[in-house]
Design a protein around this ligand. Structure first.
Ligand SMILES: [Zn+2]
Length: 211
């Protein structure tokens, strides 16, 4: 499924157990696909500087390759979510493969950092009805979004347009911590902070935004 910025209401209603917006009228920043050397360090510096706590939907394979970055994300008070092990499209793999992708990533975080993952986000925003069953088995809450910035296209003007037109006080904003966004990630985060301030929106912590 492809969404332009904010997914349609009918889809949100059909998948009512998924989180599409924050629950507390604060903006939540989420970063998919990391950790990634070259972007994650600078992103963490910026978030620390602005005193913002975010939700990182990490890939198991990237955690495996860059455990030191994953450690830093945790140590600096951010939340880590499961984004599968190898960025598989859920609707194109068997239940067993999906289940294994989830479990492998959860186990990795548990073994390396004694960290319990609570949140999940499907790669490419793809899901099917049975997704819920597997997530329930692993006690994971599916966190979708209400603001897609299209940052992975690498075009800052496009990000700007989406933020300026669609940022709301309960937005779950998707950004990407990857090579694709290397040149625009810092500016994109700074822009969200600026636009939120302008509108008197607070950028909240995952623990408050999602409970
Ligand atoms: Zn992704």
């Amino acid at each position: 499924m492809k969404f332009l910025y904010d997914p349609p209401q009918i889809l949100k209603a059909a998948f009512g157990s998924f989180l599409w917006n924050t629950k507390n009228e604060e903006v939540l920043l989420t970063f998919d696909d990391g950790p990634n050397p070259g972007t994650t360090e600078k992103l963490l510096d910026l978030l620390r500087n602005k005193n913002i706590k975010a939700l990182f939907f990490c890939l198991g394979e990237n955690i495996n390759k860059h455990p030191e970055l994953c450690k830093r994300i945790i140590e600096e008070g951010h939340t880590i979510g499961n984004h599968t092990y190898s960025h598989k499209k859920i609707n194109e793999v068997s239940r067993e493969v999906f289940d294994a992708e989830i479990e492998r990533t959860n186990n990795l975080l548990k073994d390396k950092f004694n960290y319990d993952i609570k949140y999940f986000r499907p790669p490419h925003g793809r899901f099917i009805f049975s997704t819920n069953i597997i997530l329930k088995k692993h006690n994971l809450v599916n966190v979708m979004w209400s603001l897609l910035t299209w940052d992975y296209k690498g075009n800052f003007n496009r990000v700007q347009k989406s933020i300026q037109n669609y940022l709301k006080n309960n937005s779950i904003v998707v950004l990407h911590d990857s090579d694709k966004t290397e040149l625009i990630l810092q500016d994109s985060v700074k822009l969200i902070i600026k636009e939120a301030e302008k509108r008197n929106f607070k950028i909240g912590e995952p623990v408050n935004c999602l409970k």
